[in-house]
Design a protein around this ligand. Structure first.
Ligand SMILES: Nc1ncnc2c1ncn2[C@@H]1O[C@H](COP(=O)(O)OP(=O)(O)OP(=O)(O)O)[C@@H](O)[C@H]1O
Ligand SMILES: [Mg+2]
Length: 444
């Protein structure tokens, strides 16, 4: 069971005059000024937030901002100067030595940037090392270590020695060692920072996969915003010992709390972080229940709403096709009477899967005949992406993602809409989505 961690007004001052240092912080002196004046170093200043059970919580900040200090207080490798750390309702500052050891053995494991694997011990024994220290018997600890190695893809390497493994594999052994005690909380201090980029991405995926099979509360320190955005359910950004902002990657990108946070997210590769569904805009949609008629009504609807395209859906919001004013006119040309919308569908519209990273949309968008429909689970229509939407997204002076738009309920038009044309559909809903004046869906 993953556990929740409450961090309540936690301070850490390194030095023997913590009170004096904290008073000066309250008076507005900077960390540097306090250090110069008193020799006291502010590690963490008034951290107060909750890490939810089962989330990956990433702590970011420049070097010296207090990340390691904060995380080490969670298992009391560092004692807070004041404040409470509450793990699943239990204040861990009150634990005696024995209970504290039990907490570190059973509940909280830590993974560091570099693990000192013992060169003369096998990978299996290295993995079982923490359990051995905790006095677990040989049979039990070897079984647990083997299972942990299997979880990180090293099941076949137990009998090898560390120097037979690549750096990335050694890092996996470190992770396996932490997993061997099956902890509910994993603290990872720059655990992937020393790895080269490809291995690092692999390890991130590995961690996400592990998280799928069994949810743990993971506190992950990183310098790398792309890493934070990729794996973090939420992110905390620290500066000079203070937690400046806590939020989901989305919240932080959308509304950075101040210039410090803004400078952090400037470099983020938003196109790799955001998915098609994040930037999809609403569009004019027509719910068509009668496929044999509707062209004239649809043309009227498109003209009246001053749009270029409409997305034809069935009653379950599955995409049937896309029509434009031009395609409707072409289909109707020289015809009398009812004409099904399918006669006016535009060719070569390749829908985009909702999970596609924005970075992968450039190719499809370049050759798209219209704003492309984005489909979610069960091929449900979620909205469209136009070339204009893409340009806006890439223009980093504007927020990378539009603020959430209110979804208006579909408007059911008079069944005889618009004027009783011969092909008026029995049901024609308009879902002319907000904002009504939005011209962005125009495909320029
Ligand atoms: N044992 C210590 N004694 C005195 N000062 C310390 C001690 N440990 C940390 N500090 C100070 O506390 C502040 C926060 O350090 P911390 O190691 O938590 O930063 P960090 O964000 O983890 O940095 P990095 O990214 O470089 O690992 C720094 O100013 C550091 O000098
Ligand atoms: Mg650190």
């Amino acid at each position: 069971m993953a556990k929740q961690i409450r961090i309540e007004n936690v301070f850490k001052v390194f030095g023997d005059q913590p009170k004096q240092a904290l008073d000066l912080v309250r008076q507005g002196l900077s960390k540097q000024q306090i250090l110069e004046r008193t020799g006291q170093s502010i590690g963490v200043f008034d951290a107060d937030f909750t890490i939810e059970a089962g989330e990956i919580f990433v702590v970011m900040g420049l070097s010296g901002s207090g990340k390691s200090t904060l995380v080490r207080m969670l298992n009391r490798l560092i004692e807070p100067t004041s404040g409470r750390i509450v793990v699943d309702g239990q204040d861990i500052n009150g634990l005696n030595d024995q209970d504290l050891r039990a907490l570190r053995r059973k509940d909280i494991s830590m993974v560091f940037q570099s693990f000192a694997l013992m060169p003369h011990m096998t990978v299996l024994d290295n993995t079982a090392f923490g359990l051995e220290m905790a006095g677990v018997d040989k049979g039990t600890r070897q079984k647990a270590a083997q299972e942990a190695l299997e979880q990180v893809g090293l099941g076949a390497w137990g009998a090898s020695y560390p120097d037979e493994l690549s750096g990335g594999m050694q890092q996996r052994v470190g992770l396996a060692r932490a997993l061997a005690s099956d902890p509910s909380i994993l603290l990872m201090d720059e655990a992937f920072s020393a790895l080269d980029p490809i291995i690092r991405t692999e390890m991130q995926s590995e961690l996400l996969r592990l998280q799928e099979s069994k949810r743990r509360t993971i506190v992950f320190i990183s310098h790398d915003l792309d890493e934070a955005m990729r794996i973090g359910d939420r992110i905390a950004i620290m500066k000079d010992g203070q937690v400046i902002q806590v939020g989901t990657p989305d919240e932080i990108l959308r509304s950075p709390a101040n210039d410090y946070v803004r400078s952090f997210i400037k470099g983020v590769d938003a196109a790799a972080v955001f998915k098609a569904s994040d930037i999809a805009r609403q569009a004019l949609t027509i719910v068509s229940e009668h496929s044999d008629r509707g062209c004239r009504a649809a043309l009227r609807l498109i003209e009246d709403s001053d749009r270029d395209h409409a997305y034809v859906l069935n009653a379950r919001r599955r995409l049937l096709g896309v029509v434009s004013a031009q395609s409707l006119r072409d289909a109707l040309h020289g015809r009398e009477g009812m004409l099904g919308l399918q006669h006016a569908f535009i060719d070569n519209v390749v829908p985009i899967d909702a999970a596609t990273p924005v970075a992968d949309l450039f190719g499809p968008m370049a050759s798209a005949p219209c704003p492309l429909p984005v489909l979610g689970e069960d091929r449900k229509f979620l909205g469209v992406i136009s070339r204009t939407t893409m340009m806006r997204f890439l223009d980093r002076d504007t927020p990378p993602v539009p603020p959430p738009q209110p979804v208006q309920p579909p408007v059911t038009l008079n069944p005889m809409f618009p004027t009783g044309d011969a092909d008026t559909p029995a049901m024609l809903h308009e879902h002319s989505d907000a904002p009504a004046t939005d011209k962005e869906n125009k495909h320029e």
